[in-house]
Design a protein around this ligand. Structure first.
Ligand code: FES
Length: 173
């Protein structure tokens, strides 16, 4: 017979409380593990570029004979820093001009404003950006528009009759 002071009726016993606490701890631990498993790859993806070494690589773009003295031509090549899954976005290019026997100048395609690809207009001898109207002189300096900086240049060398550009990893913007 229960006494009037027995107030344990309807309450879980010590064993029940222990089991609930254990299961709650287990659920929190499992949730933490799942969150870490799902979150670590994302964190790694975000932080990885900051720790990646800038790669400099010489890329052949064709024989010297391919280029006509005085002409500025568009040359396409694979970006060596592109990821294997980049597909067509791993391709890039440069505007390359031959001046003399082995003197080459190569400009990056991208406008210094917001990165749209510029095009060379041989008649006016200007680079034109179609996005917001920036214009660059033939030496890449800014002629007009919102472009804050001249067109960047690649370093160029000639090795064994091949013209090569020094490419770099794309900076994080
Ligand atoms: S991206 Fe070229 S002018 Fe804006």
């Amino acid at each position: 017979m229960k006494s009037d002071t027995d107030n344990t009726a309807g309450r879980p016993g010590e064993a029940g409380l222990g089991r609930r606490r254990f299961l709650a701890t287990l659920a929190i631990a499992a949730g933490t593990l799942l969150a870490a498993a799902a979150g670590l790859p994302v964190i790694g993806y975000i932080l990885e570029p900051a720790f990646r070494k800038m790669q400099h690589q010489w890329v052949p773009i064709g024989s010297v004979d391919r280029f006509t003295d005085g002409d500025t031509v568009l040359v396409a090549f694979e970006n060596p820093s592109a990821r294997s899954w980049a597909g067509v976005t791993g391709k890039t290019g440069a505007w390359v001009r031959r001046e003399g026997d082995a003197n080459f100048t190569a400009f990056v395609l991208n406008c210094s404003h917001l990165g749209c690809p510029v095009r060379w207009e041989p008649n006016s001898k200007l680079f034109i950006c179609p996005c917001h109207g920036s214009v660059y002189y033939a030496d890449g300096s800014v002629a007009a528009g919102p472009a804050p900086l001249p067109l960047q240049r690649f370093r160029v060398r000639v090795r064994g009759g091949q013209v090569e550009l020094e490419t770099r990893s794309l900076p994080i913007t």
